[in-house]
Write a protein that binds this ligand. Structure first.
Ligand SMILES: [Zn+2]
Length: 263
């Protein structure tokens, strides 16, 4: 990485809700999920994180935490996780010395002024549950039940960080309440990392949230088919259409799966 040519940050979408953010001030990551299901395999490995200093966890579900114990073994990074999720990561082998509470009271990682804000998980709706069940065999259903029990959601956190005077908000699941959205709006966010998964009308839902938060740029994520048949590809074009319909004045920046964008 040649920082002389770096604009402000190099943002890599790892697939699912995972990101690596490389800046002159430091390198951080959010919710990396490398294992994935059948389909497109991740080009990233635990070695990808050898220069990462801090990893922030949005919530405890398997697609946000599964690979963290292996990543920790191969790097020096510290993991910031909300309450129960931190305890479960400890049980799964992350040493206590590498774990920090992702609390809402203080700056968690000062080089990028990372702060955590209370957030809510999207509620899987009945049409989504039925369409998912249709794709799943009985064995898949048992496996999904196991994943749900072994990787509970726990507290959900949204993270804000700052680089070069720009503010970036990472949301791990699209269930933000109106009160939470009002708080996010006050942050005057430049870039919003918005999750498109978990509801049959997720594009409409996230478009409404984007309009309320009012970022300059929205960067969708989580719309890949990361764990088929549980997941599915979500159309970003439909998300764009909803934003247009709602009169969103900002830009949509679509980072292709496993690719980086310099912003
Ligand atoms: Zn989740």
């Amino acid at each position: 990485m040649h920082f002389a040519t770096l604009k402000m940050m190099d943002l890599t979408w790892l697939g699912t809700a995972g990101f690596i953010v490389k800046t002159k001030e430091g390198e951080i990551s959010f919710d990396p999920f490398l294992s994935r299901g059948p389909g497109q395999q991740s080009p990233f490995t635990v070695k990808t994180f050898e220069n990462t200093q801090a990893l922030f966890v949005g919530h405890g579900h398997f697609d946000h935490t599964y690979d963290i114990p292996d990543i920790v073994k191969e790097s020096d990074l510290k993991v910031y996780a909300p309450g129960l999720t931190g305890q479960i990561l400890k049980l799964r082998g992350v040493p206590a010395s590498r774990l920090l509470e992702a609390n809402n009271k203080e700056v968690l990682f000062s080089p990028l002024k990372v702060r955590a804000f209370r957030s809510s998980h999207v509620k899987f709706d009945i049409p989504l549950i039925f369409s998912t069940l249709k794709r799943c065999t009985f064995k898949d259903c048992l496996h999904v039940g196991y994943l749900g029990l072994a990787y509970p959601k726990g507290l959900v956190q949204t993270y804000l960080f700052e680089v070069g005077g720009k503010k970036v908000l990472f949301i791990s699941s699209g269930g933000c309440t109106d009160a939470e959205l009002v708080e996010y709006r006050k942050l005057e966010v430049d870039y919003l990392l918005a999750p498109l998964q978990g509801h049959s009308s997720i594009q409409e839902l996230i478009a409404k949230q984007t309009v309320m938060i009012q970022p300059q740029v929205v960067i969708p994520h989580h719309h890949d088919d990361f764990y088929a048949p549980l997941s599915q590809n979500i159309s970003v074009d439909v998300f764009r259409d909803h934003l247009k319909f709602l009169g969103f004045k900002g830009l949509v920046l679509e980072i292709p799966l496993f690719k980086s964008s310099q912003i």
